[in-house]
Design a protein around this ligand. Structure first.
Ligand SMILES: [Zn+2]
Length: 285
């Protein structure tokens, strides 16, 4: 009999510990969706009201407990996610970030003024960069990213994320987006839902430029366009026309440069959009 009572007691204690004690953070309270790889975006889900920091840096957590983690080109080899639950419990999870090998791409024949800007161009470049940086500082509660991402234009990928470009023999910053070759005039669409945060008719490097805020610090940029079809402040759904392909700014021919960033961390758009659809030309107005 004694033995039975003891067994019953242990069993009850077990039940009570689940019901009453502060959360010991069971693994069900942290879910990570997305590739743990350089250039990858991961959508995390935890309890509403939890606080999240990635490598010590706080991330916005939505009312539904959603947060974003972005791994840059040179991220790794690991990152630590620290979660404080609303009931005082906490959890720490360290993830491994897969390393990638990036290409080296040489481009010659660019007009030298576009490779090494003249002093008189520098003020303009500084203004352009300040506008872009302003969008990359936004941290809105919107969740446009939840729509998922698609390619803003279909066509052959002529430049991949992370490649080191050597322009006219001079090593430049790694390519921070993807280039899709498409005929001038092809419609460019929003890669995900969001709000137009910037339009510019003529940036020095990027020409006609549109940026969309997808919320939580995630933004996308569409570059070298021939025409812009949206206004700043306009809300767009995934697939909404925002411009047409062109060759404005620093480019060797008509294509769309598409970039996605989580604040200042550039991500690989190709990882978000998945396989390229058939490139039936879509002519825009
Ligand atoms: Zn590009």
């Amino acid at each position: 009999m004694t033995g039975l009572r003891t067994a019953t007691g242990i069993c009850l204690a077990g039940f009570f510990s689940i019901a009453i004690l502060p959360s010991p953070a069971p693994s069900g309270e942290l879910r990570l969706d997305g590739p743990l790889v350089q250039g990858g975006l991961v959508i995390g889900k935890t309890l509403p009201g939890a606080r999240v920091a990635i490598d010590g840096r706080a991330a916005r957590v939505s009312e539904k407990g959603i947060f974003l983690i972005g791994f840059g080109r040179d991220a790794g080899p690991k990152a630590t996610i620290h979660i404080q639950y609303p009931d005082g419990g906490e959890a720490r999870k360290t993830v491994k970030i897969k390393k990638r090998t990036f290409k080296v791409q040489r481009i010659n024949g660019l007009p030298s003024r576009k490779v090494t800007p003249k002093p008189e161009d520098l003020a303009r470049i500084k203004r352009d960069n300040a506008g872009i940086a302003g969008v990359r500082r936004l941290d809105t509660p919107a969740a446009g990213f939840a729509s998922g991402f698609q390619w803003p234009v279909a066509g052959p990928v002529s430049g991949v994320f992370g490649s080191q470009r050597i322009l006219n023999g001079k090593p430049k910053s790694p390519h921070n987006g993807v280039d899709v070759a498409a005929p001038r005039g092809t419609t460019v669409t929003a890669a995900a839902a969001g709000t137009v945060a910037l339009t510019h008719p003529d940036m020095f490097y990027t020409g006609k430029t549109v940026m969309i805020d997808h919320g939580h610090g995630l933004s996308s940029v569409y570059v070298h366009m021939d025409k812009i079809l949206v206004r700043k402040g306009q809300r767009v759904h995934k697939g909404a026309p925002i411009g047409v392909v062109g060759k404005t700014g620093r480019t060797t021919g008509p294509h769309l440069h598409w970039g996605v960033s989580l604040f200042n961390v550039h991500l690989d758009p190709a990882l978000l959009a998945g396989p390229m659809p058939d490139s039936a030309p879509r002519k825009g107005g």
